[in-house]
Write a protein that binds this ligand. Structure first.
Ligand code: NAD
Length: 298
């Protein structure tokens, strides 16, 4: 199986990055979104991405111009997918929206087209039947800022054809990712299976009054040699996302520590507009957060 033509569905934060990264690596890419206004927004995102690629990767202006030449735009699902070897879905993280999307896409896409979801928290087996081609469906999960944080977690469901899995592993490598094959369906893939419990444990220590965020981060940094601790990571993830996930977990489990943590995040951070690195204030203030000062680890 050879991938040449790729269609990316959804041109938001991640979809635009996936499309640009793929076109930069010389694939022809069609970008689909619901209307022209959204596609105009995507064009602006691509301009910003071009600047990031030049600054962070040393990409030349010629390479960026050539990337734009390989990008096409469409608001017509059937037309967008008609030549696609691979369709990557990066639409909202909502079961109903994704389910309806796969039912529709499965009807109009060529039989050979492989479908891949970038979903962070949902499993491919939840949508495999709706695609109408369960053997040609799997997850291809990127991290935000994919040109720098270049992980690609590849995860099938029990019905994914191993040859399709291998094709997508090769594709991920071909667009400059480090391909991370996952052999069994796992909510949260590898990264979030490790990261979410760490972040939750840190929050729990703080709301129980065991230690303050700086002491917790310092402990982690000195003992493991990591460049930052869980609270610095929260600032990067963004405290709105942190709050939403903590609240969801608290409601699902009735865990009182997590309920208290959600309330703390809302009152001390969200309500005060302190949303993390993006607003230059969260658990730390930016630029020059305390954990990057030379004496922080002393
Ligand atoms: P986003 O809200 O920025 O973008 C979603 C895009 O999908 C929007 O442009 C929207 O117009 C479009 N859309 C909505 N309904 C659609 C439909 N029915 N058909 C086609 N397009 C539709 O979202 P995002 O942050 O880019 O997340 C997209 C997916 O990527 C989610 O599954 C999310 O879990 C995953 N993801 C996000 C991140 C992240 O850091 N943002 C990281 C990894 C994975």
């Amino acid at each position: 199986m050879d991938i040449k033509q790729v269609t990316v569905f959804g041109s938001g934060v991640l979809g635009s990055q996936i499309a640009f990264q793929t076109a930069f690596h010389e694939f022809s890419v069609t970008v689909y979104d619901l209307n022209d206004e959204l596609l105009d927004k995507a064009r602006n995102r691509f301009k910003e991405l071009g600047e990031h690629f030049k600054r962070d990767l040393g990409a030349t202006q010629d390479a960026i111009d050539a990337t734009f030449q390989r990008l096409r735009y469409s608001t017509d699902m059937a037309q967008a997918v008609q030549d696609a070897d691979l369709a990557i879905e990066a639409i909202p993280e909502n079961v109903q929206i994704k389910s309806d999307f796969y039912l529709q896409l499965g009807k109009v896409a060529p039989a050979r087209t492989i479908f891949a979801t970038n979903s962070s928290t949902l499993l491919p087996s939840q949508f495999a039947e709706q695609t109408g081609r369960p053997d040609r469906f799997l997850a291809l999960h990127f991290a935000n800022n994919i040109w720098r944080q270049n992980t690609a977690e590849i995860m099938g469901h029990p019905g994914t054809d191993p040859a399709v899995f291998d094709t997508v592993v090769d594709f991920a490598k071909a667009i400059g990712m480090v391909a991370l094959p996952i052999h069994k369906e796992q909510p949260g893939y590898i990264l979030n299976s490790l990261l979410v419990p760490l972040l939750e444990a840190a929050l729990r220590l703080y709301v129980k009054g065991v230690a303050d965020p700086e002491t917790i981060d310092k402990t982690w940094m000195i003992a493991t040699g990591a460049p930052n601790g869980p609270f610095a990571i929260y600032d990067v993830v963004g405290l709105t996302t942190a709050y939403n996930i903590t609240l969801k977990n608290a409601e699902a489990t009735g865990d009182t520590d997590m309920q208290q943590a959600a309330q703390m995040l809302k009152e001390n951070f969200i309500d005060k507009g302190k949303l993390g690195v993006a607003t230059r204030a969260g658990f730390y203030t930016y630029p020059n957060p305390a954990f990057q000062q030379p004496d922080f680890l002393k």
